[in-house]
Write a protein that binds this ligand. Sequence first.
Ligand code: 9WN
Length: 434
Amino acid sequence: MGAADVLRGNDIGTMVTAAPALYPHMWSWDAAFISIGLAHLDVERAGQEIRTLLAAQWGDGMLPHIVYGDRGGYFPGPGRWGTAELSASAPDAPLTSGICQPPVHAIAVGRILEVARRGSAADRAAGERLVRDSWDALYRWHAWLSQYRDPDGTGLIGVVHGWESGMDNSPRWDGPYSAVVPGPDLPSYVRLDRELVRDGAERPTDVEYDRYLWLIEEMRRASYDPAKVYETSSFLVADVFVSAVFAVASDVLADLGAEFGAPAASVADLRAWAARSRAAVAASCSPSTGLARDFDRRANAWVDVQTLAGFAPLISGGLSADAERALLDELHGPRWAGHPDLVAKVPPTVSPDSEGFKSREYWRGPQWPVISWLFGWAHARHGYAAEAETLRGETLKLVGDGAFSEYYEPVTGEALGSRKQSWTAAVILDWLDR
Ligand code: 9WN
């Protein structure tokens, strides 16, 4: 009931905001997870959430990372991005940001369909209509990622901003960000997030924010032309986690397409993209640690920083049986989710044994329930039912305080960041109703 109240309370009509105060708009990958939670309350409303996001799709196929509602309250807002004025592809309405986020959307549509098929005839019809209505747009979104973020066909999808990874200030990005040097002409700005999250240790630093804003300046100067952005952004990293999500979401979308009569050539594209990205994620694994690695395309070097993203092959598959087992054991073992200091056996974003571990700081240590859900979903898909069940049970323990926080301090279990975070409530609803 608490989780349902969070989603209903954050619902402003056609969108459930990512959080009531800190994020009062729609975020792309949040919306996908939120729609999964909504499916347990009202399948039609779940479909609406996906439709609202797709209505903001750019002409070239990109799904933007923020769709702005009509309230302000978040920086950077639409004025700072200037997408409608600068880009021919961006919609005039609704206003959006100019970057994207991990492509979890097809996973959400697939899950909504599963939930809908267990419901009434009307639910089932609503779920199937959603697949039919959203398939082409989702195909175009995947095609955009393949064409513009992997123009050389490597299988690894590039991100041009840490925000695109969804894991904004992960230590994975420290190296690539060190080459992002804000110019003296960076327009001034005032952060709003620090008004709402008073403890500075829980949010990215001001130095990080200057870099985030500088990358937006660079994109504005390229008029958000995706080929130009790929060429000119001072941050360009092939992201294993995004690539793994892309692979498995392409599989899901291909399966839905095959069932619902999508063009065979488009289904074949998705299967080829999935196979290529799955192989590339598997091939990125470090010979010494077994963890998958991002590739910094500007520095032309592997990023050898160990974070939760290194377990990306458990999302996309494609490892040998032995390597997969070893990676699974590592994730649930004493360096990660099974670390003896943790209150719940849920993977932290950085291992407490790593030098870079910061127990309160955003993507540098805390546990994120939504990420645990994604690993749990992937475990179940790949036949690791016991491990999926552990993630479910342990995350439910973690969020038992009812705060539905954005993230949690792993050693004490303290709720951090935003409260009433929609995607946290959404994944809990999905986990409670199986
Ligand atoms: C920037 C909304 C979003 C999530 C991201 C998370 C955080 C935004 C911010 O909040 O990012 O996009 O202001 O920090 O890192 O994953 O989608 O919940």
